[in-house]
Design a protein around this ligand. Sequence first.
Ligand SMILES: [Zn+2]
Length: 191
Amino acid sequence: VTDVESKENAIHRLLELISPEIDQEARLNTPARVSDAMDELYCGYECDPAEILSRTFESVSDEMVIVRGIPLYSMCEHHMLPFIGKAHVGYIPEGRIVGISKIPRLIECYARRLQLQERLTSDIANAFMEHIKPRGVGVIIVAEHTCMTMRGINKPGTKTITSAMRGMFKDDEKTRNEFLELIKIGGARDD
Ligand SMILES: [Zn+2]
């Protein structure tokens, strides 16, 4: 039995346990679809943050770079339900910068795994510090956890905010405030 087959068998069994009323077509075809969807949702385990951040460019700038409002989709490891939101990343280079498009890719690399929002946030910040070696980095994630909003305490609209500050973003209040001001957390924006 291949991994794909045993995954599909497990999903098939799960459908039986959910309800015997689940219709025949679904019991037949849903396992393969769920298995494919899982491959996509958890593809982050196959990706290497070091590789994503391996190409950097020399830069004399020591000004803050911010990428704000990056869409984020992840799965909570407690319930295997989605949490959805936005990530905001800022850093101050120390001689080297990274292509802007690598930042959403880095986030996706960690988000497409079973995650805790707290760990996801610090993993992104730590990868930045390790591979780009900037003067500092700040990562903020604002997300809605469907395990809290469509079940459990059932509080739709509740947002969880996590932050990870490293280097100057942690040590220097002015830097941190500049970052927070520029991403406007708690401002008029809807996230
Ligand atoms: Zn959860």
